[in-house]
Write a protein that binds this ligand. Structure first.
Ligand SMILES: *[C@@H]1O[C@H](CO)[C@@H](O)[C@H](O)[C@H]1NC(C)=O
Ligand SMILES: *[C@@H]1O[C@H](CO)[C@@H](O)[C@H](O)[C@H]1NC(C)=O
Ligand SMILES: *[C@@H]1O[C@H](CO)[C@@H](O)[C@H](O)[C@H]1NC(C)=O
Length: 594
């Protein structure tokens, strides 16, 4: 007994609690087989704000209507008071179920009873910010690039907030969650913390030597895990039933690598174990038998939600209007919320027919990237456990990582194409163990087919020949003049051609540069340089960093999707700073498109 540390006991306890929880949720697996699974209600506040959203759309100018801004409204009075004022508004006959509130009354009501979206976060000066940190980007020698990099660095101040006292005192009047520490938001309409965005924000903060701010971002996510059992899609009440790509362990790893702070690792480990259980049990776990009869366990995205996404409810209801039955609508709503959980909302990748949104089938897909991230989570946990002297945890997670690697080889790897492919389950989803069929691999080209390269930094390459993968990537068509495209299909969705997203550039660049081959390193640098150029050119013409770029030509920003393109922008800033730290910019090299 003496050899067990308190933390190990704690870990065991968490694992025990979790296996109990996993047993308790197993009926939910059957849930995915039956269209008529129960609709759970949102909180009373979210339901009410959705009614306001819907009424506002009926009375407002549809062109500038953003449904999210209504569920983000902070209440000035109690819900009861606000609700009865809303119910008392005059209504005239119209398309809406209860009649249309004339625009004038709606505007007055919004003004009188609500603060502005975003009021519940207040500006806070980051304590560890300095205008030019010591040792900042030593390899950036070019004057123009340096000035620009310092401007982007200064944007951390613009994006820095803390939760207002009113949210802590009256949480029932806010959909914003009372995160304990200061935050960095992505920007524009995204006024709250997002999960996977935070990884690249942390990467940038580390370049900016803002170690405390980076740690506070992770501490907030740990708080979410403590409170809800997993990191949420974002820090709003209406995001409680979905997560996002699991990159918390990667944030802890980056911070540990830069600071050597083992106490911080110790504090984080229980949450990492909890998150791992979340993705490897219940509805997220998929068992599949390969052609040799070996059983494997992989993971999928699956939001526990079968109503319209509150932040886009009017859009989802419109999309679902073509579906015949309430049960079909519920299934569709789950697929939409699950697509939001993937971080790629939306993409032809999750659709049976790329022009029909109701063919979203997210929960029937075993995604390459999710499993690559979880493989890294397992390696990260093993690494931390070893550092902390938790031998059993170390051995268990190393074993899990090997099992996942072999599952990915058997189910997701395609040896003709030399890339990993998403696997589509047969729509009959009620089997305990699925049977692998080669035809169910999705042979369309997405960046995600190459995301496992990101793990080349951490995993030894003994068991794979990387050069065919590099060649396959080079000829994939994904490499465009201004970066890497998300896919080869222009569907009008934002996670498709011609959009390139900073996080995807960065993971691929890091993968290539750790390939151990000269070809890979050169390609990585070439892509990094074209991405830096396009960021610079767009910054000069628009004065902002963008959430996505059009990679078909240098200097163009992205479009498509369900909302207007956003600026700010957390992860783009983070990736730019990380790339400039890695590759630098010589003084004589011109910047901008050429
Ligand atoms: C969200 O998940 C929790 C816990 O699994 C569940 O109790 C609740 O009903 C879910 N909410 C919705 C709206 O589905
Ligand atoms: C950043 O904040 C400063 C000070 O509030 C403001 O002047 C500047 O316009 C902001 N820049 C951007 C890009 O938002
Ligand atoms: C996709 O849907 C469109 C619109 O309904 C239809 O015209 C097209 O034939 C469908 N494509 C496939 C491959 O089914």
């Amino acid at each position: 007994m003496a050899s067990y540390s308190p933390l190990l006991l704690c870990t065991l306890l968490i694992l025990l609690i979790f296996s109990a929880a996993a047993a308790a949720v197993s009926p939910a697996i059957a849930d995915s087989c039956t269209a008529g699974s129960p609709t759970e209600n949102s909180t009373p506040l979210v339901s009410f704000l959705q009614r306001v959203q819907s009424a506002a759309r009926a009375s407002a100018n549809p062109k500038s209507f953003d449904p999210k801004s209504y569920v983000d409204l902070p209440l000035k009075h109690d819900l009861k008071v606000t609700e009865s004022a809303f119910d008392d508004l005059p209504r005239v006959p119209g398309a809406a179920v209860h009649g249309v509130v004339p625009y004038f009354y709606m505007r007055e009501f919004l003004k009188k009873y609500f603060g502005k979206p975003g009021d519940d976060l207040v500006y806070v000066e980051p304590k560890d910010y300095s205008p030019e940190p010591e040792g900042f980007l030593p390899k950036v020698k070019n004057h123009k690039v340096r000035v620009w990099a310092l401007e982007v660095h200064s944007l951390w101040k613009n994006l820095s907030r803390r939760v207002s006292d009113d949210v802590k005192e009256r949480p029932d009047r806010h959909t914003l969650l009372p995160l304990p520490e200061p935050v960095i938001i992505p920007g524009s309409r995204f006024k709250e913390v997002y999960y996977w965005d935070s990884y690249w924000i942390v990467r940038g903060l580390l370049v900016s030597k803002m170690y405390d701010t980076a740690k506070s971002i992770v501490s907030n996510l740990l708080w979410l895990v403590d409170t809800y059992g997993h990191p949420l899609n974002g820090a709003r009440v209406y995001y409680t039933n979905r997560s996002q790509p699991p990159l918390l362990s990667s944030m802890v790893m980056e911070i540990y690598t830069k600071t050597g702070d083992l106490e911080f690792v110790k504090k984080s480990l229980p949450a990492l174990l909890k998150e791992h259980s979340f993705w490897t049990s219940g509805v997220h776990k998929v068992m599949i038998r390969d052609l040799q009869g070996r059983k494997h366990s992989l993971s999928r995205y699956y939001a526990k939600w079968n109503s319209p996404r509150p932040e886009s409810a009017t859009i989802d209801e419109d999309s679902a209007s073509s579906l015949p039955s309430p049960d079909d609508k519920k299934v569709f709503y789950r697929e939409v919320a699950s697509a939001a959980e993937t971080g790629w909302d939306f993409s032809s990748r999750w659709m049976r027919n790329s022009s029909v949104i109701t063919t979203l089938s997210t929960t029937l897909i075993i995604p390459v990237d999710l499993n690559a991230y979880l493989y890294k989570v397992e390696l990260d946990i093993a690494f931390f456990a070893k550092k902390l002297g938790h031998r059993h945890t170390y051995e268990n997670y190393l074993k899990s990582s090997k099992a996942r690697q072999s599952a990915m080889r058997s189910i997701l790897w395609n040896k003709e194409m030399n890339q990993w492919l998403d696997y589509w389950l047969n729509s009959d989803d009620c089997q305990d163990v699925h049977q692998f069929e080669a035809k169910n691999q999705n042979a369309n080209i997405y960046v995600s087919n190459f995301i496992p390269m990101w793990n080349w930094k951490h995993a030894s390459g003994e068991d794979e020949d990387r050069s065919p993968i590099l060649r396959s990537f080079e000829v994939s068509g994904l490499i465009q003049p201004a970066g890497i495209s998300t896919s080869l299909l222009n569907s009008g969705q934002q996670w498709d051609l011609p959009n390139g997203w900073a996080p995807l550039q960065h993971m691929i660049i890091e993968g290539l540069s750790n390939s151990g081959s000269e070809t890979g390193s050169l390609l990585a640098e070439k892509i990094a340089v074209s991405w830096i150029r396009t960021n610079y050119a767009a910054y000069k013409t628009t004065g902002a960093m963008h959430e996505k770029y059009n990679v078909e030509s240098c200097g163009k920003v992205g479009g498509g999707g369900e909302y207007v393109p956003q600026t700010g922008f957390g992860w783009s800033n983070g990736v730019l700073l990380a790339l400039l730290e890695e590759y630098g910019w010589p003084s004589e090299k011109e910047i901008g498109c050429h």
